[in-house]
Design a protein around this ligand. Structure first.
Ligand code: PEP
Length: 290
C-alpha cells in the first residue's frame, strides 16, 4: 500500500479582475478554513490535505503572503520553457519560483486548445518545472472529438507518455497528474437550469468541452480512468510509481460532488476551476468528508 496525501488545487484562471478582489478571495478562504472544525488543511501534519492556489501572475506574491502562513502553497498557471530572453509576454520558471511558487500547471486543456501547447512543449515545461525544484501538475484529457471517437484512454496514454518523456523515476514523487474529465452520467448543472442529458459514460480526462461546464463525470468512470493512468505509469516506470503518484480529478468539481469523488480508491484530489473562485465553496471542497 502506498499512502497518497490528498491534494486540492484551485485554478483561478484569468480571475478575479483586481488585486483587491484576489486578496478578498484569499483572506476569505483562509478565514473559512480556520473556522472549520474538521479542517486539517491549514496544518502541515502528515495525512492532512495539501492545498494549492493558482492565482494569475500579478497576484501570486500577495496571495502567497496571505495563504502561506496557513500552510497553503501557491503555483503558477503557466511557464515558458526557455530560461530568459526575447519572449515577450512569457514568464520563466525562475521567475515564478522566485515569488514563491511551488507548483506549475502544465498542459491545462485551455493552454492546449486556445494557446496551442503541444505535447513537446508541455514536456519541456514539465522538465523545466522539475529542474527549478517545483512540482508540475500535468493535466491530461481528451477533446470532445476524441471523446466522441471513443479514444479517451489512447489519448490519455499518449499524453502521459509524451509529456513525461525524460522524467526520471526519482522525479516522479514531485509530479501530480490531473485528469480533467468530463463525461458522465448525465446531470448537467448549468445554473440556473438543470438539464438531464443522456447517459454517456465516458472516460475521462480533460475533456476540453466539459471543463467549466458544470458536467461532472460519474465517480466510477472517473476512477476507472485514474486506474488506467496507473497502468500507463507502471509500464513507463514501475508499480511503485504507479501506486504512489497522485492523480487529481478535474472538471466542474463542486461541494456536492467532492465527497463522492474523494471516496474513490484512485482519486487523490481535485483540480478545481470555477468553484475555487468562491471562498465558501472551495473551503468545503478542501474539507471533503473522509
Ligand atoms: C480547470 O480549469 O482546471 C477546471 C477543472 O475547471 P472547472 O472546475 O471550472 O471545470
Amino acid at each position: 500500500m502506498y499512502a497518497r496525501q490528498p491534494i486540492m488545487a484551485g485554478n483561478w484562471k484569468m480571475n478575479p479582475s483586481t488585486e483587491a478582489d484576489a486578496l478578498n478571495l484569499s483572506t476569505g478562504f483562509v478565514a473559512l478554513l480556520n473556522e472549520m472544525e474538521d479542517t486539517c488543511a491549514v496544518d502541515e501534519s502528515e495525512g492532512c490535505t495539501e492545498v494549492v492556489l493558482f492565482p494569475p501572475f500579478p497576484f501570486i506574491s500577495k496571495v502567497r503572503d496571505v495563504v502561506g502562513p496557513h500552510g497553503i502553497s501557491v503555483g503558477s498557471q503557466q511557464i515558458y520553457y526557455e530560461d530568459k530572453g526575447a519572449f515577450t509576454g512569457s514568464v520563466a520558471a525562475s521567475m515564478v519560483k522566485s515569488v514563491g511558487c511551488e507548483y506549475v500547471l502544465c498542459g491545462h486543456s485551455e493552454r492546449r486548445t486556445m494557446f496551442g501547447d503541444s505535447d513537446v512543449n508541455i514536456n519541456a515545461k514539465v522538465r523545466k518545472t522539475l529542474e527549478f525544484g517545483m512540482k508540475p501538475i500535468l493535466c491530461v484529457g481528451e477533446t470532445k472529438d476524441e471523446f466522441d471517437l471513443g479514444i479517451t484512454k489512447e489519448v490519455c496514454a499518449m499524453q502521459v507518455s509524451k509529456d513525461l518523456a525524460g522524467v526520471a523515476k526519482e522525479q516522479m514523487k514531485d509530479v501530480v497528474i490531473a485528469c480533467k474529465l468530463q463525461l458522465c452520467c448525465g446531470i448537467y448543472c448549468f445554473y440556473p437550469v438543470i438539464i438531464i442529458i443522456e447517459t454517456t459514460l465516458a472516460v475521462l480526462d480533460e475533456p476540453v468541452w466539459a471543463i467549466g461546464t458544470g458536467l461532472v463525470c460519474g465517480n466510477n468512470e472517473a476512477n476507472e480512468i485514474h486506474k488506467f493512468i496507473r497502468t500507463v505509469l507502471e509500464k513507463m516506470y514501475d508499480k511503485e510509481v504507479a501506486e504512489s503518484t497522485r492523480i487529481q480529478y478535474g472538471g466542474s468539481v463542486t461541494p456536492d460532488s467532492v465527497d463522492g469523488l474523494m471516496a474513490m480508491s484512485d482519486i487523490d484530489g481535485c483540480l478545481v476551476g470555477g468553484a475555487s473562485l468562491f471562498a465558501d465553496k472551495f473551503a468545503r471542497i478542501v474539507n471533503f468528508k473522509k
